[in-house]
Design a protein around this ligand. Structure first.
Ligand SMILES: [Zn+2]
Length: 259
């Protein structure tokens, strides 16, 4: 299964130029951005995306696999989280693996010095443990999508983009503009929980497809019964099978939109 999936993504990469040409004709970009790093869910998500020749976006808590991690055991029990063997495995299959903080603290609710320290710790851990990680090309996905200008300023000197709650950057708009510049970006996102998010995703995607275009980033977590606001695997599968047929839409990772 792993080999077959790898071949699928490799063959897509081998025709990358053609895909980029196709992408340039798209008016709508959609990123489904999966947070927290549930092991079972991440493999399942990757498998579903691979079946449609797509890459998944998975955002990892750097210390989630360590014994010290005990943040919010109701929604992210440590026994369900993967480790960097898993993240390197999924990355080698072509998926996007990005930082989702050091220990999932709300960085706006702790002293700024600690927020900066935790950001550095997270990025250092990624540099030392995730194969081919490039800090300057990375996207930092805030826990709770919470941020402020001081934290953004600090991070945007290090990474190319931060993902934050839509209400903080999109004002009255629903989707991001497709950016002309590729760095120093604050990208808005929306999410739903704690119950199953299928209906929210369906409504959001339909509203977006009926709009003039842009880049919609939706924050998700686990699959089926894992995590806050999970998406059901059957629905995700059906959704992607429908979306890959929409000619003006590209379902992409954040990095691929910024290529
Ligand atoms: Zn999270």
């Amino acid at each position: 299964m792993i080999r077959r999936s790898f071949l699928k993504l490799s063959s897509l990469a081998s025709i990358g130029i053609n895909l980029n040409l196709l992408k340039n004709s798209c008016s709508h970009f959609l990123t489904l951005s999966f947070d927290d790093g549930f092991k079972k869910s991440s493999y399942k998500t990757a498998e579903i995306f691979e079946n449609y020749g797509l890459k998944a976006s998975i955002n990892i808590i750097a210390s989630g696999h360590l014994k010290s991690f005990n943040r919010d055991p109701k929604w992210m029990p440590s026994k369900l989280l993967g480790d960097f063997y898993d993240w390197n495995n999924l990355k080698s299959r072509g998926h996007e693996i990005m930082p989702h903080s050091w220990e999932h603290l709300n960085l706006t609710k702790i002293p700024i010095a600690k927020a900066k320290y935790n950001i550095d710790k997270c990025l250092d851990y990624f540099s030392n443990n995730l194969d081919d990680f490039s800090e300057s090309n990375s996207i930092f996905n805030y826990p709770y999508n919470s941020s402020n200008s001081e934290i953004d300023d600090y991070l945007l000197k290090k990474v190319r983009a931060v993902r934050v709650r839509g209400g903080l950057v999109l004002k009255n708009k629903f989707s991001n503009k497709i950016p002309l510049k590729k760095t120093n970006l604050r990208l808005g996102t929306w999410g739903y929980g704690p119950n199953l998010c299928d209906d929210f995703i369906e409504k959001s995607v339909n509203q977006f497809l009926n709009s003039k275009g842009g880049w919609l980033i939706l924050t998700l977590h686990g699959i089926d019964n894992e995590g806050w606001g999970p998406i059901s695997s059957n629905y995700l599968d059906k959704l992607l099978s429908r979306l890959i047929k929409v000619k003006y839409l590209s379902v992409s990772t954040i990095s691929d939109v910024l290529v």
